[in-house]
Design a protein around this ligand. Structure first.
Ligand code: KG4
Ligand code: ZN
Length: 395
């Protein structure tokens, strides 16, 4: 059934003006699309989404023994953890149900059993507390992690991994056109935004996502799940001259599509031709380094071409792979060639899956609804349905 209440009305353009009148808005955001159970309370300060609390309960230890996420187990853990995680987020923000103006939840894309857990919980709360309920796209959340205010709870969490890029994105229309390089476990896309919540997909992966390729290469090397951070860690230990140079698939394809499965196979062949006894720490770090370099090279080259064609005022990275230091550094160096394009990265704590990013997108959407429109979203407590393949821009 198509849910009519998921359709957001067109957004007026007077962002700063509208935002300033919405100082006290508070949203409870919930994210359960994969293996993190997350809740956050987000408000708006001076027109910028500001995080009052952000709680993430990771299931990494549980799934590690299976070498990847098991959807049914993920859902069971979400059901177990969701209420305590929401309770903790509300407590940290000193917020009760009466302080909330709305609830937001990741509607898709993701693993359907996992999404169902979050959406069902959010619907129950929205019905019991009589709140509007907003279904948010997971990738939209990753993109809007870049708009979160830096002053929020950053000092409690510690300093960011690296000091690359600017840490605050102008919330008004002056940041558009905006180019987003989306790199997560399930998505690799170049997205052009000419305004808030308007998405044009310039290109996407034809097979594996960048994060998925990192995870699979880690598995080939017997590194633990999740593979991305492990591959990055071993790559950073690489010291000597490069022994392997892997292909850069589709780097000169002339479009903005990606492909990582051939690269993954090249890595597999390189591993297979090396006797097991020779696969020592140096070998692992060489492979990880060469693989990461190939992925980063393709991502940066295509992003550069998109900047040349579309001259965006802003470049952002979104999704779990945006936590990769080599990618952040290479994009930063490349973006410096374009003085008219400002490069921003999300804070590290908002790069991986979290609910604050869902709250950031939701509160900006909600702030632009009239009182009457906000009320119609109460019907989502009955109607909202998760969608494992939800397309970006389709609400
Ligand atoms: O966005 P995310 O947390 O979940 C999805 O929406 O998929 O992204 C998870 C992906 C995983 O594939 C993980 O291995 C990868 O992001 N990842 C990394 C790093 N940290 C996480 N990949 C490369 N380098 C990292 N430092
Ligand atoms: Zn994600």
């Amino acid at each position: 059934m198509k849910c009519l209440h998921c359709l957001f009305p067109a957004i007026p353009l007077e962002w700063n003006q509208l935002m300033n009148s919405e100082k006290s808005l508070k949203i409870l955001a919930i994210e359960t699309s994969c293996d993190d159970t997350a809740a956050a309370i987000v408000t708006i300060e001076d027109g910028v989404p500001t995080v009052l609390s952000s709680v993430v309960s990771s299931q990494i230890e549980l799934h590690r023994q299976y070498g990847g996420v098991v959807p049914a187990l993920a859902a069971r853990e979400h059901v177990k953890n969701l209420v305590p995680v929401i309770d903790e987020a509300m407590r940290m923000a000193d917020a009760g149900p009466s302080d909330l103006d709305a609830i937001a939840v990741t509607r898709g894309p993701g693993l359907i059993p996992a999404l169902l857990a979050g959406v069902s919980g959010a619907k129950a709360l929205a019905l019991a507390w009589q709140k509007p309920l907003l279904g948010i796209h997971h990738i939209e959340g990753h993109i809007y992690a870049n708009f979160i205010s830096q002053k929020s709870i950053k000092s409690e969490i510690g300093s960011p991994e690296s000091d690359i890029g600017n840490w605050k994105l102008e919330i008004g229309n002056s940041c558009f056109p905006l180019l987003a390089l989306v790199v997560s476990g399930g998505h690799t896309e170049l997205v052009l935004m000419r305004d808030h919540f308007e998405y044009e997909i310039l290109g996407r992966t034809r097979d594996d996502a960048a994060g998925e390729a990192f995870d699979k290469v880690a598995k080939m090397l017997d590194l633990p799940y999740p593979g991305g951070p492990e591959v990055a860690k071993h790559a950073s230990k690489f010291k000597d001259a490069e022994r392997s140079r892997f292909p850069r698939p589709m780097i000169d394809s002339g479009d903005y599509d990606f492909s990582f499965s051939g690269l993954k196979t090249a890595v597999l062949y390189e591993i297979r031709k090396t006797p097991e006894t020779d696969r020592d720490e140096t070998f692992v770090s060489e492979i990880c380094h060469a693989f990461q370099e190939a992925v980063v090279d393709v991502l940066v080259t295509k992003t550069k071409r998109a900047i040349e064609e579309f001259a965006p005022k802003t470049l952002v990275i979104a999704g779990g792979v945006s936590a990769n230091t080599s990618l952040r550094e290479s994009l930063s160096t490349m973006a410096a060639e374009f003085p008219y394009t400002e490069f921003t990265v999300p804070e590290l704590q908002y790069s991986l899956d979290n609910a604050a990013m869902i709250g950031s997108a939701a509160i900006l959407r909600f702030a632009h609804l009239s009182t009457k429109e906000r009320d119609t979203f109460k019907q989502n407590a009955i109607d909202l349905e998760p969608d494992a393949n939800l397309p970006l821009g389709d609400k």
